[in-house]
Design a binder for this molecule. Structure first.
Ligand code: SAM
Length: 260
């Protein structure tokens, strides 16, 4: 996928943060020169255009937009903070303060934020789609909600634009407490999701048995898989223990790792 990056119409030169973003992402910089995005797309024959704007950068893919927003994470954490409502991911993950967490499928980062809030420490989040990885990474970096409990969780996430199998293979044994996977469901839960930017840009290959085996080597406590309730992926990938409410369309597969 070809992605170029540009500024807003009003800005002539990239600011220092945008320069760092360009260095990091290696997206090609195209000066805006007062052109519309459609004109840039036609001239550069590009699939997507990242516009460096505040409060967060926005990736334009045709009519759709992708940008960082804590959306569901904020709703879930607010429900916990206000009503003590348990979060199904945290219950399945059995996260404890101080746990080191590896999220192998970051996407928009909602689960990473919830995990970072409860672990009270750094979460390493991996994303193999560069379009998603860099848009969300820099969106998180610039994010400022003025709610310290939320900002601190967001800023504790360390994003890596990399395929999780490559990353797992590079890690020593037992280097994270929890290794978490939330791959694209084989069939989206809602029809509308088929057209969502994450579906268009995300890596939709099925999880590999090799990745799960590496995760079992890297995890000190638990490997966790989120999937549709009743999905054959649980048994294909060796998750014998599956938890989740009958009222929930999403369940969690658990592999407990014996720490000897
Ligand atoms: C369903 S989304 C994850 C949603 C995420 N849990 C959240 O809360 O926003 C799955 C993400 O995993 C990414 N992904 C799929 N395979 C991957 C791989 N091999 N390595 C890293 N990321 C991967 C996809 O590109 C997609 O962004």
């Amino acid at each position: 996928m070809k992605i170029v990056a540009t500024t807003t119409q009003s800005r002539i030169e990239p600011d220092p943060a945008f320069r760092q973003f360009l260095d990091d992402s290696q997206f090609e910089y195209v000066p805006r020169q007062r052109r519309g995005l459609y004109a840039i797309q036609q001239e550069c024959q590009t699939d997507a255009i990242l516009v460096w704007q505040r409060p967060v950068p926005v990736l334009h893919i045709g009519e759709d937009k992708l940008f960082f927003h804590p959306s569901m994470a904020k709703v879930r954490l607010s429900a916990y903070r206000r009503k003590d409502q348990p979060d199904p991911l945290i219950e399945a993950a059995r996260v404890k303060p101080g746990d080191l967490i590896l999220d192998c499928t970051m996407g928009l980062g909602a689960d990473s934020i919830v995990l970072a809030y409860f672990a009270q420490g750094q979460v390493t989040a991996l994303e193999s789609s560069p379009a998603i990885a860099y848009t969300i990474k820099w969106g998180m970096r610039l994010y400022d909600s003025r709610m310290p409990w939320l900002d601190e969780a967001v800023h504790r996430i360390k994003v890596q634009a990399i395929d999780h199998l490559c990353y797992l293979q590079s890690l020593p044994d037992k280097s994270f407490d929890l290794v978490y996977f939330d791959p694209m469901f084989r069939k989206p839960l809602l029809k509308s999701e088929t057209l969502s930017p994450i579906r268009m840009l995300g890596d939709s290959l099925p999880l590999s048995e090799q990745a799960i085996s590496e995760a079992g080597r890297v995890a000190r406590k638990r490997v966790l898989l989120k999937e549709r309730a009743g999905s054959p992926e649980f048994s294909r990938l060796g998750f014998d223990q599956v938890v989740g409410s009958v009222h929930n369309q999403v369940h969690f597969g658990i592999i407990d790792v014996n720490s000897d």
